[in-house]
Ligand binder design. Sequence first.
Ligand code: MTE
Length: 313
Amino acid sequence: MMIKKADEIKGREITEKSTYLNRRQFIAAGAVLGAGLLLPGVFVGEVAGPKIPGVRPSPFGTKEERTPYKDVTGYNNYYEFGTDKEDPAANAGRFRIRPWTVRIDGAVKKSREYDIDQLIKMSPLEERVYRMRCVEGWSMVIPWVGFPLQSLIKAVEPSSQAKYVEFTTLLNPDQMPGQRRRVLDWPYVEGLRLDEAMHPLTLLAVGLYGEVLPNQNGAPLRLVVPWKYGFKGIKGIVRIRFVEHQPVTAWIKAAPNEYGFYSNVNPDVDHPRWSQRKERRIGEFFKRETLMFNGYADQVGHLYAGMDLRKYF
Ligand code: MTE
């Protein structure tokens, strides 16, 4: 994202996927030949978590081809574990995700602290296949397992002061090596307007491909908002706070002119340093046109009726 200078970004951040895959395949092939066995690791996409029981298929979701598991789990951003795309998979493996509590507080009638397993047990788990679009220009199709954030919000009963929802990631530099560098003002914070948070498409995810969420994808709990750029999808959530004023997110603190609060996928509003008109679907050669609200305009367009989306980007 913004922390690197433009020329660095050209070289590394937007690594052509084919180059990146070749490199991984090369490493994996070398390891297999050298060791005479298959690496149980991210290189060959062999990592598989336990299956999550009781997951219902959802009426929501796309039928588009899913991005392979190895790409979903091997190429992403999680700056707490490093700023390169391969870093989260390489460095998050030993991150401890139990015990884990999620505090829900602020402007609610019933503030709570949930043990993560209690929260998962009480929540209606569904599989949702969503198109995901990263602000950097790549996209994926990911079968998430999760529950609508709406179900949790209803349980805690927001008061009339609750206008926004603020999400916070764990702060633990011992376990999250990226937090030892001031790449961002830690902990990572994100936010939604209450009606966005209540929208049925907004998901709290606990798994993908039917399996427990790998650490690099945000275990044990992360946000998924498919009509917004990927950085809204905060990982490793420990706190959900209901507030009256628009939260100051980690990316707004870092570069307010580049990353707005809304961050809706919008091909008509360029990032100051690159166009958002097209995207590269991971695994495809040709770029495709980016769709308004990432193709979810029919479902979410009304949330932004009358708003100047250049101002509220
Ligand atoms: N959450 C935290 N805590 N830290 C991060 O650095 N990166 C974001 C988002 N959530 C990030 C985060 C960005 S920029 C993207 S594109 C998505 O995670 C990518 O992860 P995914 O492919 O697992 O959705």
